[in-house]
Design a protein around this ligand. Structure first.
Ligand code: ASP
Length: 347
């Protein structure tokens, strides 16, 4: 309320002062958080993640600078990250303990609080586009499993065999986790490429990263609209149809006027704390964005034993906060240069 009144007051002051206060567009992106420490990434891997984050920020910036909508920018950038096998979303997603990729995604628009989400889809190449279709073309907010896939077919969205999402390192990581959990390693999926040796160091790193790599984008366009979106394969060797926070509006993704959030981390904690909506509520009711982020991520999430972080647009400003050693991340504002970072001691 306090924040809404302040916004209304600033709109009354006229466009010029409002423009001075905030960049006309902005975007912030994450590619997952975890124990990503200096020295844990070899130079080539680090450069590849930085390039992917930078390119994502630039691509979003081009759409927003040309007057494109935040919705288009969020969807377009997440589609590219879903196709990038480095990230735990779309191709390159983690495996369930049964040897399948089950994908979750969600998207939310601030101005009318419209939202769409999908969980446990196995054949949709771009789950974020399906989430958008749920928002725009269905009377529902969240669809799951086979029903979500029928809706994808009706919408003419691209569908692929589950094996399309296969990557060797995620397979090897799931096999390791299954053995650790005392579960049988499932048969290699039909159609998967021939097994290749996987660098054990890379597997160690993925485990330390907690196999995060979920992707999320929050964008504010020139009209002031804010949209947040998140896409993930969930957690390695998940069982029993487990669904995390990423497709849950309020937990992994949230947007309301003046505030947008996308989260990454151990979803169980993010659901229990309703992290994304909680940060926006604290901000809306009088805390600064930094105070709201500190209260929820550094105090409440950490206090409960959860790990991960969020990206946020508050007003027009991109921010992030995480309690892990690192988070793949980037931001860009109108008139600025991309800011790209991985480790906790940067930016
Ligand atoms: N939050 C995701 C989940 O729990 C995982 C992640 O962000 O890495 O499904």
């Amino acid at each position: 309320m306090i924040r809404t009144l302040a916004l209304a007051a600033s709109l009354c002051l006229g466009a010029a002062s409002a423009q001075e206060a905030e960049p006309s567009w902005s975007v912030v992106i994450h590619g997952g958080a975890g124990v990503i420490e200096r020295g844990a990434l070899d130079a080539q891997t680090e450069a590849a993640y930085r390039a992917a984050m930078n390119d994502a920020a630039v691509a979003a910036g081009e759409i927003l600078a040309a007057g494109g909508s935040a919705l288009d920018a969020v969807e377009a950038v997440i589609r590219v990250l879903e196709d990038d096998p480095k990230f735990n979303a779309g191709r390159g997603a983690v495996f369930t303990s049964e040897g399948r990729n089950e994908l979750d995604a969600s998207i939310m628009r601030a101005s009318d609080r419209q939202a769409g989400a999908v969980s446990s889809v196995t054949t949709v190449r771009h789950p974020i586009s399906l989430a958008r279709a749920v928002m725009e073309d269905s009377p529902h907010v969240m669809l799951s499993g086979a029903g979500a896939e029928s809706f994808a077919a009706e919408q003419g969205l691209e569908q692929v065999d589950n094996v399309y999402f296969f990557t060797e390192r995620r397979w090897a990581s799931m096999a390791r986790a299954a053995m650790r959990m005392g579960l049988p390693v499932p048969p290699r999926p039909e159609g998967a490429p021939q097994a290749e040796p996987v660098n054990e160091g890379a597997l160690d790193l993925m485990e330390r990263e907690h196999a995060f790599g979920t992707v999320g984008v929050v964008a504010r366009d020139q009209s002031g609209e804010i949209v947040a979106g998140t896409s993930t394969g969930g957690t390695t060797a998940k069982r029993w149809g487990r669904v995390g926070d990423s497709p849950i509006i309020g937990a992994g993704t949230y947007a309301e006027p003046g505030c947008g959030i996308s989260a990454t981390g151990t979803g169980e904690y993010f659901i229990r704390l309703n992290i994304a909506a909680r940060i926006c509520t604290y901000f809306e009711t009088g805390m600064s964005a930094d105070e709201a982020l500190d209260a929820v991520i550094m105090d409440e999430l950490t206090g409960l034993g959860g790990d991960g972080g969020v990206i946020m647009i508050a007003g027009g400003e991109p921010l992030w906060r995480f309690n892990t050693a690192g988070m793949y991340r980037a931001s860009l504002v109108d008139g600025g240069d991309p800011v790209v970072a991985i480790f906790g001691d940067e930016e």
